[in-house]
Design a protein around this ligand. Structure first.
Ligand code: SF4
Length: 611
């Protein structure tokens, strides 16, 4: 099993016991690693009506065959489980040093169930495991937590992933943070970790699995490095971080404003360039990445020497979506979310929804206890604090937009979410391929597997015959969007950064050189399809039907401005074509029995279609 250690660490927190859990080559060939392998491991533990925050609900940290190798842009890990926010399949990924160290610890991943009767953290070092008391860490923010653990363990090369107070309080969109402000932010997996009384996972070690053809891996790594150096995206990301997209995105109608009711705003105030003009900004990188898209704002305030710079998603959600173009408040709100471990996208969308409700007289000043006006940066910061502290109106906002709408008796079509996961900061009216991906994504509205905007602005995938087309057309779009979704799902199995400009052929060659397998680009597409389908089957087991493959009305209303004015995706056509291509059942929303068997998911087929 080259490329793998061949084992996970299995942890039962109720019993405070750990043991090795062997992996089988047949499963690795089928499910590869990362979030996809996690889905395979989680599948058998899922039962209808399962409480995502119950002790039996699994939480999985996983790496893939690329993690820890000399290939650039592969230091990533996935966290998976049943989402406390959606109640369906949930996953989130993050970069930084943690993934590299997790693989170095001698395990491919960690499978956690149970609930400790007091706060604990896990410490794994070169194959040895300890469950340690974390009572003194409960209540600490993520920066303090990481610092204290590193100070106590005094181990060089130690990396920590942890929750903040948002995870401890089981806020449904709490994330897991590693290496300072790196975030596995989405789906509320920090709340799942908090429900287990697990404050942190600390990992160290330099163990590396064998590679089948080390020389070839090195050669290919050199080749892809050259591709990165010659890529426009790499230069833009290095110079300005993901924020480089703000003004370009706005010109495409792809950066939503005023709770998805506008697409034109003074973008120049909140770009990566504006950040650099206003502050001293340094960039940082995941190990082995020549780009370094991370931002650090230096000398931000007297009491805050250095803070994480906001990513595009964060800056848009806490900024223009709330009609806020005050960078200082965006940085402060981002810092609070990071320090306490809160998903900035769900937080920003929930705050923007509150502003919309306030404008429409649904939330009054008396009910809210404050004014919640568009464009007020201080209000954005205050509401983030109130969400974290579960104070006043913050308690309602901490539920996410779907529960907010339900609690207030509103039409759920005005809650900007899919399956409960808040819509990210790409507008489905700007790219119709994105629209169908949002509606059908394995974790709900997901810009990382639904990033069809990359294709329609010029990035082709010739191996799968995916070519750029008319971004505002729904005709003949769904099949390619589905294929692209499968490919991007595979990145989180391998694990590979979504910004890596590698061809599918290079990805298959890298995988073969590491593992000794003989995987073709076409086989990779099958693996991606398998991944999408097993995650779908988990959600089906938890009650998901086709009814929930839909976009909210608020995001489908034609805009009167910008480059998408008057245009909306044809969701009926897109979904029909998507279902036909995927061979999903139009009545039940399940993958067909034939499709599951074709993908080698026979036990899943038997489970979803009992005799
Ligand atoms: S581009 Fe950014 S997220 Fe991706 S590997 Fe490089 S530093 Fe990490």
């Amino acid at each position: 099993m080259n490329g793998y250690h061949g084992r996970f660490l299995k942890v039962d927190l109720s019993e405070l016991k750990t043991k090795d859990m062997p992996l089988f080559e047949d499963d690795l060939r089928k499910f590869i690693g990362g979030a996809t392998l996690a889905a395979k491991l989680i599948y058998d533990h899922v039962e209808k009506d399962m409480d995502p925050l119950g002790p039996e609900s699994p939480l999985v940290f996983s790496t893939g065959p690329f993690t820890g190798t000399s290939i650039p842009m592969v230091s990533r890990y996935a966290v998976s489980g049943i989402s406390p926010l959606t109640g369906y399949w949930g996953e989130a990924t993050s970069g930084g040093e943690f993934p590299f160290r997790l693989k170095g610890s001698g395990y491919d991943g960690i499978f956690i169930t149970g609930r400790a009767d007091h706060p604990v953290y896990l410490y794994i070092d070169n194959g040895s495991v300890q469950i340690k008391d974390a009572s003194h860490l409960w209540g600490k923010d993520i920066y303090e937590t990481q610092k204290i653990i590193k100070g106590v363990l005094e181990k060089s090369g130690l990396s920590v992933a942890c929750i903040g107070t948002a995870g401890e309080r089981q806020i449904r969109y709490a994330g897991i943070m590693n290496d300072k402000g790196r975030a596995a932010g989405r789906c509320g997996l920090g709340a799942l970790m908090g429900s287990k009384n697990l404050k942190a996972v600390a990992v160290a070690g330099k163990r590396k699995p064998d590679l089948t053809n080390r020389k070839k891996v090195k050669e290919l790594a050199k080749e892809v490095l050259a591709a990165i150096s010659g890529s426009f995206g790499a230069v833009a990301l290095r110079e300005y971080g993901t924020l480089f997209y703000m003004d370009f995105g706005m010109s495409l109608g792809d950066a939503p404003a005023k709770y998805f009711s506008k697409s034109v705003f003074p973008a120049e105030k909140v770009t990566g360039q504006a950040l650099r003009q206003a502050y001293t900004v340094e960039n940082y990188a995941c190990p082995g990445c020549p780009i370094g898209c991370g931002r650090e704002v230096k000398n931000f305030r007297k009491d805050l020497d250095s803070v994480d710079g906001p990513e595009f998603e964060t800056a848009n959600a806490l900024g223009p979506l709330c009609m806020n173009i005050d960078l200082d408040s965006i940085i402060r709100a981002n810092h609070l979310c990071n320090a306490h471990g809160l998903d900035t996208i769900s937080a920003g969308v929930s705050i923007a929804y509150a502003m919309y409700l306030y404008e429409n007289g649904v939330l009054t000043r008396d009910e809210a206890g404050m004014e919640i006006k568009w464009g007020d940066g201080n209000t954005v910061v205050k509401l983030v604090e109130m969400i974290i502290n579960q104070e006043g109106i913050g308690k309602l906002l901490s539920q996410g937009t779907l529960r907010m709408a339900q609690e207030l008796g509103r039409d759920v079509g005005e809650a900007a979410q899919v399956k409960g996961l808040e819509i990210p900061m790409h507008d489905c009216r700007a790219f119709h391929g994105l629209a169908v991906s949002y509606a059908t994504g394995p974790r709900g509205a997901c810009h990382l597997k639904g990033d069809y905007y990359n294709v329609d602005i010029g990035i082709a995938v010739p191996e799968f015959n995916i070519m750029p087309g008319n971004r505002l057309s729904s005709e003949n779009k769904a099949e390619n969007a589905a294929k692209y979704q499968s490919l991007r799902d595979l990145y989180d199995a391998l694990t590979l950064c979504k910004f890596a400009p590698f061809s599918v052929t290079q990805i298959s060659q890298l995988l073969n050189s590491i593992t000794g397998w003989d995987v073709s680009p076409a086989d990779l597409l099958v693996a991606g399809d398998r991944s999408i389908n097993i995650k779908r089957a988990i959600s089906n087991k938890l009650g998901l039907t086709r009814e929930e493959d839909r976009l909210p009305k608020i995001c489908l209303k034609a805009l009167k401005e910008g480059s998408t004015a008057g245009k909306v995706p044809d969701m009926g056509l897109l979904l029909k074509d998507y279902y036909d291509f995927r061979q999903w059942d139009w009545e039940t929303g399940k993958p067909s029995k034939e499709k599951l068997i074709e993908l080698g998911l026979n036990p899943v087929a038997e489970d979803l279609y009992p005799k």
